[in-house]
Design a protein. Structure first.
Length: 100
């Protein structure tokens, strides 16, 4: 899985999606509900790094696999929706990996 661009994108998408859910579901309530900002700072930094990596890998995959603008657009939109990268993995990335 880690040997191809699409395999790395699938892993990055999963990690980015998990970090997004952690940030929204655990860290933000801790910060704003209980006044504990530290988890948000740590998870937020990792999420930011994973988000940038995901976006870069979407560009790499779009070029390598000759994706249409529509497919590339959906892959980018998935990064800003909760569970979006997991849906993109199932609907876009997994299918692309099978084709190659």
């Amino acid at each position: 899985m880690l040997k191809s661009t699409i395999g790395r994108l699938r892993i990055l998408g999963l990690l980015e999606g998990i970090s997004f859910l952690l940030l929204l579901g655990i860290c933000m309530p801790l910060k704003y509900g209980m006044g504990i900002p530290e988890p948000t700072q740590i998870v937020g930094m990792f999420h930011g790094i994973l988000f940038i990596g995901y976006c870069l890998w979407v560009i790499l995959a779009a070029v390598e696999y000759n994706w249409s603008l529509k497919t590339t657009f959906y892959a980018f939109v998935a990064s800003v929706l909760p569970f979006g990268t997991m849906v993109a993995d199932k609907k876009i990335f997994k299918l692309q990996e099978v084709r190659t």
